[in-house]
Ligand binder design. Structure first.
Ligand SMILES: [Zn+2]
Length: 120
């Protein structure tokens, strides 16, 4: 039985966390986290263990979520996310030439192996 509330939400380091996005795809949320961390923005993924196949839990409550740890990073993180969403709107999914992994359109580099998308 998986319990809700496993996350130590009351810990002092999580006191001021802000939820940035939620998305049905854990791979998507994980990629956003990678991009933000590469920009020096500390963030964590919540609900990554809860997604999928849990009929008893309301769907919206078990979507993977990305949380920014520091208030001062929130605005910059939102800009980065928006830029990626804009890029996603312009492109479709693409397949990595190095490892063959399928990537969502907003990813400029393969989430699997890090190779840059050279198709466009
Ligand atoms: Zn790849």
């Amino acid at each position: 039985m998986i319990q809700l509330g496993f996350w130590p939400a009351s810990g002092p380091e999580f006191h001021s966390m802000k939820r940035l996005v939620s998305h049905e795809s854990l791979a998507h949320v994980g990629h956003l986290r990678n991009v933000l961390e590469q920009s020096g923005i500390a963030c964590v993924v919540r609900n990554e263990q809860l997604s999928g196949g849990l009929g008893e839990i309301p769907f919206l409550e078990c979507l993977p979520e990305l949380w920014v740890l520091r208030d001062e990073d929130l605005a910059r993180a939102q800009v980065l996310i928006r830029d990626m969403e804009n890029a996603e709107a312009r492109r479709g999914p693409w397949r990595c030439r190095r490892c063959g992994e399928s990537n969502e359109g907003q990813f400029a580099a393969c989430w699997q192996c890090g190779a840059a998308d050279e198709s466009g």
